[in-house]
Write a protein of this length. Structure first.
Length: 72
């Protein structure tokens, strides 16, 4: 149970169907990842767990992606 109370109006995403996109396939995603991995200085972007904030909000996990370090 969360000690934090937050009033949010959550709207359904009318565009989300749960289906994969024909515009961007898994193969294209793999090709893009491979391309970026070949760039000098590239390293995977780290994810940081905000465990205390997740507990405060009453959710299992909050992860923050720090993209500024991808091409250091």
């Amino acid at each position: 149970m969360s000690a934090f109370s937050l009033k949010m109006d959550i709207a359904d995403n009318r565009f989300f169907t749960g289906e994969t996109s024909s515009l961007f396939s898994r193969k294209q995603a793999q090709q893009a990842r491979h391309f970026h991995q070949k760039i000098a200085g590239y390293k995977p972007t780290p994810l940081y767990a905000l465990n205390e904030l997740a507990t405060l909000f009453g959710v299992r996990k909050i992860l923050v992606k720090m993209s500024h370090s991808a091409l250091a």
